[in-house]
Design a protein around this ligand. Structure first.
Ligand SMILES: [Zn+2]
Ligand SMILES: [Zn+2]
Length: 329
């Protein structure tokens, strides 16, 4: 497991067996992801696929550009793929006043066009307005002749921000594999369309990722059994969040059952539910505004320290600004 970036400003992790390499999330720009892979000694050309946990921008920012550049498939759930497309599709919003104005203009254009067609209006200035309006209303046949229309679809396709070389769907709770890595996606409680965590297994080694979840439901606790390397969210310190800079509405969102795990919530999992099997526990998705790495580490180590048999578990912190050393098993 090589965590290239982890935190509210971007997430991306390489999970690799001896034969297969998968990038989980692409939440930095393509350029930055390539830079980090180089820094971590990962060859992007050797990636077999990109796997997406959910459509929040800190997980998909560089997705389309990277997938196109490397020409590799993207694995989503269908709902996440749709949500991602919607997110990237520009929508025009209109105020009620603007809409009324728009209706009025259309009405005037129709009237002018009708007047121009019937030839009843002799006034040349009005006729001119009429023909412009009619030209705009109907697909301009001259435009096709001029070649403008021919160029447009190609430009549009190239510029389509949702274009991906290949898309594969998976379903939470259903195993699938990429190369020799067996993957079990599981549902996590988070305010996205269909967010997932993953358990990866190859050559008898099991790694898991569970970040971006509001609390630890039974299905996540069950998925995190017999894991050798576990990337767990430790997003915020409750007091720092409470006294921190976020507006109240955002604080509510983070704290909610579909927000993010606090240091305390992660510690509670480690002391009460964790089976103690991991060699490595990686704390990730730390908030820059509402957490301090040492607070996250302290909470986790105290939780493990309460169970002396778990002191052999190594706790490392994933970072936002740079990749951390690969964890090899
Ligand atoms: Zn998220
Ligand atoms: Zn996130």
């Amino acid at each position: 497991m090589t965590v290239l970036a982890s935190g509210s400003k971007g997430n991306s992790t390489v999970i690799a067996s001896s034969k297969t390499r998968v990038l989980v999330d692409a939440g930095l720009s393509c350029r930055e992801l390539l830079k980090r892979m180089a820094a971590a000694g990962e060859d992007p050309e050797k990636l077999d696929a990109i796997l997406i946990t959910h459509e929040h921008v800190d997980h998909v920012a560089g997705l389309a550009v990277l997938a196109r550049r490397l020409k590799i498939p993207v694995f989503f759930t269908e709902s996440t793929h749709r949500a991602w497309i919607r997110m990237l599709t520009p929508r025009t919003t209109m105020t009620y006043a603007k809409w009324l104005e728009h209706l009025q203009k259309e009405k005037e254009a129709r009237a002018a066009a009708a007047a121009s067609d019937s030839g009843a209006v002799e006034d040349s200035a009005l006729n001119e307005v009429g023909s412009i309006a009619a030209g705009a209303a109907v697909d301009d046949p001259m435009g096709e002749e001029s070649g403008e229309v021919e160029v447009e679809p190609a430009v549009k396709k190239k510029a389509d921000p949702t274009y991906l070389p290949a898309v594969e769907y998976f379903h939470s709770g259903a195993h699938f594999s990429i190369g020799d890595i067996e993957i079990m996606p599981f549902t996590i409680p988070h305010d996205a369309a269909d967010p997932c965590g993953f358990v990866f297994e190859a050559a008898g080694i099991r790694m898991a990722m569970a970040t971006d979840l509001g609390y630890m439901p039974a299905n996540v606790k069950a998925a995190l059994k017999n894991i050798d390397v576990m990337l767990l969210e430790s997003n915020h310190d409750l007091e720092m969040l409470r006294d921190g800079p976020y507006p109240w509405s955002v604080k509510q969102r983070v704290l909610s059952r579909v927000g993010h795990l606090s240091n305390d919530a992660t510690a509670a999992f480690l002391s009460d539910d964790y089976d103690g099997k991991a060699s490595w526990i990686v704390l990730g998705h730390l908030s820059e505004s509402n957490n301090a790495p040492e607070l996250a580490r302290l909470a986790a180590e105290q939780a493990l320290g309460g169970r002396p048999s778990l002191l052999g578990n190594r706790v490392v912190l994933a970072a936002q600004e740079a990749p951390i050393d690969s964890i090899l098993m």
